[in-house]
Unconditional design. Structure first.
Length: 108
């Protein structure tokens, strides 16, 4: 290994490979934070190593890969927030239904 740049590249490559091995062996799912996080870290390290090595196309592709990962995580956050709002809404409806049942039972 000739430099710290090489080490960054190796760690970045290992991070991306680990992410894909974990998905392939069904230990994590592709839309989960661990997969996206490993991919983002791996792509960032590979991008830095590529840029310092003068491989601009590789560095740019890895920057795009980082954006894909960030976009995926942001989308998951929006979906999770929507799911929580849906559950909260259903819980509120359930409380109203129970209150109405209590009113009907008391009135009867």
């Amino acid at each position: 290994m000739s430099s710290g740049r090489d080490l960054l590249g190796w760690v970045g490559g290992a991070s991306g490979a680990l992410a894909h091995v974990l998905v392939s062996t069904r230990r994590i799912v592709p839309d989960a934070f661990p997969f996206q996080g490993l991919n983002i870290v791996g792509a960032a390290l590979l991008s830095v190593a590529s840029l310092h090595g003068g491989a601009l196309p590789s560095s740019c592709v890895n920057l795009v890969w980082i954006l894909f990962g960030i976009r995926s995580l942001a989308g998951q956050r929006r979906c999770h927030a929507a799911a929580l709002r849906d559950v909260a809404g259903r819980e509120a409806v359930r409380r109203v239904e129970l209150a109405l049942v209590n009113v009907v039972v008391v009135a009867a």
